[in-house]
Design a protein around this ligand. Structure first.
Ligand code: APR
Length: 284
């Protein structure tokens, strides 16, 4: 079985299987802009995408950056700055101070409610319609893929707008819980309701993880978008794809842990690159 606990992991190229074979893979790191500032997409990548039977996509915080969703740490301003991430996002923190943790997630929910999906989210909806088979895996909890129209999204780290009971683990909706208390109380057992988010030290949902690994194993093209690739086990998904000879593409304005191993690297914001990629595919 996989290591399912969410842990920050900085894997080095040395730790990974050398799946591409030194000297065999042709590395194409694109600066992506021509002299007229037009976005350039390698034709060989468009060929791969058009021919692909199954495209698997992994997204991270970067895909929501252009919507203005602050990262966990960026949201820690004002009175929240005094807390460490584990004081706000761990089972121990919730047991110690459920009100504090509930209020932190209330604040983050309000931030996300004020923003909209961006062109990158929307391009992935179009890509799903073009590809014969398509799997979208996300580490994001903001629900913006779903709001853009993506379906069957595999959420690895939970969702900000879902809840369950801390005591009996039953899913709870805002219509069901008893109002008044913070956090609200479970209608089944009276326990504290918690966000359905995977906290530090908790296991990822086993079924979702299994689906994510399977989709990474069987795809022809794997897109890693807006993720730094430092949090396991999501960080190992592109390597699962590489081991099975898929074309692995990184879309990110900055270098990441995956850059060295990716087949193609597209440098730039997802909200610009993804629509351009989909437009090129449609022109074929
Ligand atoms: N388009 C694409 N990528 C972008 C953009 C953009 N417009 N803006 C920033 N990025 C990239 C950054 O360069 C960075 O590599 O997005 C990445 C975001 O990295 P992280 O903040 O580490 O986010 P992520 O990889 O999703 O983190 C994984 O860690 O904090 C936990 O649970 C949280 O799900 C999260 C997990």
């Amino acid at each position: 079985m996989w290591a399912t606990a969410m842990t920050a992991m900085r894997a080095t190229a040395r730790d990974r299987p050398n799946t591409l074979g030194a000297g065999v893979a042709v590395k194409r790191i694109q600066e992506n802009m021509d002299n007229n500032n037009n976005l350039m997409i390698p034709a060989a990548l468009v060929d791969k995408l058009v021919a692909a039977q199954h495209i698997t996509v992994l997204t991270g915080a970067g895909v929501s950056a252009e919507s203005g969703v602050p990262t966990f740490r960026d949201a820690q301003t004002g009175l929240w700055a005094q807390y460490s991430p584990t004081e706000l996002a761990s089972p121990e923190a919730f047991a110690r101070n459920p009100q504090l943790v509930w209020n932190w997630y209330e604040m983050r929910r309000r931030l996300v409610e004020q923003v909209e999906p961006n062109a990158g989210h929307r391009a992935l909806v179009e890509l799903a319609a073009i590809a014969p088979q398509f799997t979208l895996i996300t580490q994001n909890v903001d629900g913006l893929h779903q709001r853009a129209g993506s379906v069957n999204v595999i959420e690895l780290h939970g969702g900000l707008f879902r809840y369950r009971c801390y005591e009996c683990d039953m899913p709870v909706t805002a219509q069901e819980w008893q109002t008044g208390a913070i956090p609200p109380k479970c209608p089944t057992c009276g326990g504290n309701v918690r966000p359905d988010i995977i906290w530090f030290g908790e296991s990822l949902p086993e079924r979702n993880l299994a689906l994510a690994f399977q989709a990474s194993r069987v795809c022809d093209v794997f897109l890693s978008i807006g993720t730094s690739g430092v949090v396991a086990p999501a960080s190992s998904l592109p390597y699962e794809a590489l081991s099975n000879h898929a074309t692995v593409v990184e879309i990110n304005p900055k270098e990441t842990e995956l850059t060295y191993d990716a087949t193609f690297v597209l440098r730039g914001p997802a909200g610009q690159i993804l629509p351009a990629l989909v437009a090129k595919m449609k022109q074929r």
